[in-house]
Design a protein. Structure first.
Length: 1088
């Protein structure tokens, strides 16, 4: 996910720069005050949402929360103490005092999300202030147009690196960034006293403000000594500076001057490493968290860091003297200092270059060169990589100083700094004129006014692009499904089915039960001179059955208590060591064994006793317990997924068994339909691993025709459709998730089906197609949605996307209706306008009525009927038990606080940070088995840029969105790479909505999540990849495109075959997995 937002950062910069450089007459607004408010409001709302939903960096948030509580409770005088860790100076403690007071006044719980958001609020407000200063500087001082100014502000306000720091991490770098910006603005205006004051405040807030001292010194040199020097001016500034120092001391007095001073000395002396998670020059050398006294090129790193600081100060003054007439040099100098310091000094943290981004943007205002914007974009993306990787992936126990991301980002930082040095030399030192676009010429002091077109205003612009009349388009012709399509589809299905059905699980397992009630006894006698060493059990619901075990050597003796035996998971072979129990009890002869049930009831399927050699011991009196010992031939040599349940099968497949036998339903945290479908396989093939897995596997195979048809419908191209089907077939998640008896396969199948039918509906128009024919795919879509929701609640997410697509489709019909009304008596594309005007109202009402039936009533009925098999003895009525289960499900999911070692967050899924490890099997020390669920890198990783490019195409080809950035929608026939037809645009929008409908809701889920929750998004990932390939096809011959598709499919299949052992549970060499398959430390895949 880090890659996604880093690319989004670059895309944001590109879009903002495009809007910034356009000529005035391309802007669409006359009065955009409302639009500006919307932009800033959206930026603030986004930050507040993230601040509320993300916990931030644990250590930092914990410190800020504790400090806010402590300073409000004990006051400044007792705040700093030897017993309490504090490393922030007094200025920020005043801010935290206000937060502590506000929390106490409002009664906000200490550990609440609201408290965390409150702690992040100062930094968020400073973010907004920085964005506002950029906007005002552009409009008031430099007289850029309003839309250009908004673009610059957006480049900062919506920058992922900026948002991450304050809203997600919870750090306060934006506070002293605001201070530095204000100081530079005051210095530009020659307002020295405010500059001194704001600098003093910054030092009190954060010691890192001291880094910018050379900028203030340059300002003093400029305005006090070099510009009309006089002793009066000197005295005035000296007194002003001293007054600020006195004010700083006064603010420190309540805390104790010694205690306050120690905060600065301790901060300057802390983290004595070459780099502290800073991906810089030292990071490139693999010296993160390496002692700063380590020798490098004959000198300690610490010495090299000191040399760097001296050179930075020296060059700061040299540059300042060379560009005295450049008003923006303070921003340039500030950026030069912080970026060079970050790259070459020691003890740099990952966040220390943060102020450089804002300073670079101010430089872009005064020197609006494309090279400077590129420099900003590069630093912003790389800084995001640095901070995000530290925030989300830093693991001190498994830290790799030479990880590829550290080396690449460090190298990128150095390259961007080199570019920045060239810009400084060219535009500041050498004084070359900036080659500006027409829209930015004469920026300094020129009288600029906002350019407009008629119909200004955001609402009017929205109406123009979304509610204006539109020429009617006909329904798409039925696509011919050729013999080649059929052969390719059957070949893919056959190939996938071979892998999917092979070694799915044993076809035979013990099934006859021996039912017991509380205190019921099983007394077993074994042949003379033998004693069981191990008890292997295979039980039916319920699980965790407790028995007391007693032994004796003969019937003439009394029973000796051994201990308690617990039979845990159902339908899973498991061992109990009787040898350990007898040894602990001091028993040497245990030829007779008595088991007494202490639970209410139990249902045992098979018991198998083995001796020290592993040979089965059949009790002498086994005939008295015939069903307990009648299927010992099913006892496996080795326990594995082939003969036992694994992961959530112990819930879902077990509940399917309960449905068939009318038992009380155990797994009630999801709707019943998925488990009912599992029970169909059990009913046909028996209660064995093959039986409880086969339906999911068949549904996984059945996904492929739907995906092929959807790909063919979208692209009209056979190789593209085959590629989409092939990519999905051999995606790791699809393979693994359809071979385990859980319910995610069913919701994914119904998502694919419902979106297939919705796409078919969206390509039809009731203006040239009989209304009842349009109802066929629409009705099937509604039925699939109902089946999906009855399988898993996440079907509601898909339903929201369907609703958006449906109403967008109706909106288009309405715009065509407006067009027909405006052009009566004509026809378009063979559609008579009179027919449109006459039938639109009636057909729309009928369609909506139909949807109320098939998207509300029928799904509700399906959902209710799915509870026919659900047994809840406390709520015997069908409606009552359904309703009671909804409350139970909601309470479970909303209150779930469980943890899991292989859980992962939504932002980790596309990059597959942490696969979920389902199963581990042991063969030998060198050969083991494993089953993990994650994605095929050739699919998931390629899907990230594919989605980003689709978003770019949607923005670039949308007139309304283009207008917001001040340029027109691309319509050039020569620019086919980014010019979309109406059909292509609609398909891109369909895919984006479908993907986000499955994925976006997880952004706001706070409970534990797993990578398999991304499974319903994967069909849209492969379709987006193929869609992008179709865009590239515009520059290829058909033959070349077919070769590209085949090559891509071959890579995908090769990766599938490479990882096949750890996806299917096949025995595999441990060293091979560690060496070739464990691409990331978090990819466990197998034990060892």
């Amino acid at each position: 996910m880090i890659h996604f937002f880093a690319i989004l950062s670059l895309l944001l910069c590109g879009v903002c720069y495009t809007g910034f450089q356009k000529e005035e007459d391309k802007c669409k607004f006359q009065n955009i005050t409302r639009f500006v408010w919307i932009i800033f409001g959206a930026a603030l709302l986004l930050r507040l949402i993230l601040a509320y939903t993300t916990h931030g960096f644990g250590n930092d948030i914990a410190c800020f929360a504790a400090w806010a509580d402590r300073i409000f409770t004990v006051g400044p005088g007792a705040f700093y103490s030897a017993e309490t860790f504090t490393d922030y100076p007094p200025g920020f403690m005043y801010v935290l005092y206000l937060i502590g007071a506000l929390r106490s006044l409002l009664g906000i719980p200490y550990y609440s999300s609201l408290h965390i958001m409150l702690l992040k609020l100062p930094a968020i407000l400073c973010d907004m202030a920085c964005g506002y200063l950029l906007y005002k500087e552009a409009t008031k001082r430099l007289h850029f147009s309003e839309i250009q100014s908004v673009c610059v502000a957006c480049a900062y306000l919506f920058q992922p690196a900026i948002i991450l720091n304050s809203s997600c991490w919870g750090q306060v770098d934006s506070v002293h960034t605001l201070v530095v910006i204000l100081m530079c603005l005051f210095l530009m205006d020659g307002k020295m006293l405010p500059a001194y004051a704001i600098y003093g405040i910054g030092v009190l807030l954060k010691p890192q403000t001291l880094i910018f001292t050379p900028v203030l010194l340059v300002g003093i040199l400029d305005h006090v000594f070099l510009q009309d020097f006089s002793w009066r001016k000197f005295s005035y500034n000296l007194c002003g500076g001293l007054a600020v120092i006195c004010g700083m001391l006064l603010l420190c007095v309540p805390f104790g001057l010694d205690a306050a001073t120690s905060q600065y000395t301790s901060t300057l002396g802390s983290y004595e490493y070459a780099a502290v998670n800073a991906y810089n020059f030292w990071g490139l050398l693999g010296m993160n968290w390496v002692d700063q006294n380590t020798i490098f090129l004959f000198l300690p790193c610490r010495t090299w860091g000191s040399i760097a600081i001296v050179l930075i100060v020296l060059f700061t003054f040299l540059i300042a003297l060379r560009c005295r007439k450049e008003p923006s040099r303070y921003f340039c100098l500030g950026a030069f200092i912080i970026l060079t310091m970050f790259l070459f000094s020691v003890r740099m943290h990952e966040r220390y270059m943060y102020p450089g981004l804002a300073l670079l943007l101010f430089c872009c205002l005064y020197k609006p060169a494309g090279s400077l914007w590129k420099c900003y974009a590069g630093f912003a993306a790389l800084h995001f990589y640095n901070t995000a990787n530290v925030l989300y992936h830093y693991d001190p126990q498994n830290y790799d100083r030479k990880a590829p991301i550290i080396l690449l980002v460090s190298a990128g930082m150095l390259y961007c700094l080199y570019d920045f040095y060239k810009i400084i030399w060219k535009y500041y030192v050498h004084g070359e004129a900036v080659p500006v676009a027409a829209g930015t010429k004469g920026h300094a002091g020129a009288n600029r006014s906002s350019s407009t077109v008629s119909g200004a205003g955001l609402w009017q612009l929205f109406r123009e692009h979304f509610l204006s009349p539109l020429e009617p388009t006909p329904s798409e012709k039925r696509l011919r499904f050729t013999r080649a399509d059929l052969c390719l589809l059957l070949a893919i299905c056959a190939l996938y089915s071979f892998f999917a059905l092979y070694d799915l699980g044993d076809r035979k397992a013990p099934e006859t039960t021996y039912d017991m009630t509380q205190n019921q006894v099983i007394e077993l006698e074994f042949p003379e001179n033998t004693a069981p060493v191990t008890l292997a059990s295979y039980i039916a619901p319920w699980h965790q059955r407790h028995f007391t075990a007693e032994v004796r050597s003969s019937k003439a003796e009394d029973w000796t208590y051994l201990g308690e035996i617990i039979l845990n998971n159902v339908f899973t072979w498991q061992d109990v060591s009787l040898e350990d129990l007898t040894r602990q009890a001091g028993v040497t002869d245990a030829r007779c064994l008595r088991l007494t049930l202490t639970d209410t009831d139990a249902s045992l399927i098979e018991l198998v006793f083995t001796d020290a050699d592993g040979e089965i011991l059949r009790p002498v009196n086994a005939s008295a317990y015939e069903t307990l010992f009648d299927e010992s031939d099913c006892y496996p040599e080795r326990y594995s997924f082939r003969n036992s349940m694994y992961f959530d099968e112990i819930y879902h497949a077990r509940t399917a068994y309960e449905f068939l036998h009318g038992l009380p339903t155990y797994e009630n945290t999801h709707p019943p339909l998925g488990k009912i479908l599992i029970s169909v396989g059990i009913a046909i093939f028996g209660m064995n691993p093959f039986g409880w897995r086969i339906m999911g596997t068949l549904f996984g195979i059945a996904m492929l025709p739907f995906l092929y048809l959807l790909g063919k419908k979208m692209t009209g191209n056979t190789p593209a459709a085959a590629l989409a089907c092939f990519l999905f077939a051999f995606d790791f998640m699809h393979f693994t998730q359809t071979r385990i008896a859980t319910i995610d396969v069913y919701i994914t199948f119904f998502v694919i089906a419902m979106y297939y039918f919705m796409y078919r509906y969206c390509t039809m128009s009731f203006y040239d197609t009989p209304l009842h024919k349009t109802f066929i795919p629409l009705g099937l879509c509604g039925v699939c949605m109902g089946l999906g929701i009855a399988s898993k609640w996440t079907g509601v997410y898909a339903g929201c996307g369907l609703a958006l697509l449906f109403f967008a489709h109706l909106l288009r019909r309405y715009r065509e209706y407006l067009y027909a009304k405006a052009h009566p008596g004509k026809s378009t594309n063979g559609i008579d306008h009179k027919y449109i005007v006459k039938n639109f109202p009636n057909d729309t009402i009928k369609t909506i009525d139909f949807c109320l039936t098939f998207f509300v009533l029928i799904p509700a009925v399906i959902y209710l009927l799915s509870y026919l098999a659900f047994v809840d003895n406390s709520h015997p009525g069908l409606f009552d038990r359904m309703l009671a289960n909804q409350t139970s499900m909601f309470n479970y999911h909303s209150g779930l606080e469980a943890t899991h070692p292989y859980s992962s967050s939504w932002y980790e899924w596309p990059t597959m940070v942490r696969p979920i490890w389902y199963y581990s099997g042991y063969v030998t020390d060198a050969i083991k088995e494993g089953i993990s669920a994650f994605g095929n890198p050739a699919v998931w990783w390629i899907g990230i840029p594919a989605f980003i490019y689709i978003l770019y195409l949607l923005i670039r080809n949308n007139a309304f969105l283009c207008s917001l950035t001040g340029h027109t929608k691309t319509e050039s026939s020569t620019d086919t790479a980014i010019t979309l037809s109406h059909r292509e645009y609609a398909t891109a929008a369909f895919l984006a909505v479908g993907y986000l409908a499955q994925y976006l809701p997880w952004f706001f889920v706070t409970r534990i999540t797993f990578i398999y929750h991304y499974f319903p998004s994967v069909p849209f990932v492969v379709l987006m990849i193929v869609y992008n390939l179709m865009q590239l096809k515009k520059h290829m011959s058909d033959r070349t495109f077919t070769i590209v598709c085949c090559a891509y499919a071959a890579v995908t299949l090769a990766l599938f075959l490479l990882f096949y052992p750890v996806l299917s549970g096949q025995p595999v060499d441990v060293d091979l997995v560690i060496k070739y398959l464990r691409w990331k430390p978090t990819w466990v895949l197998i034990s060892g």
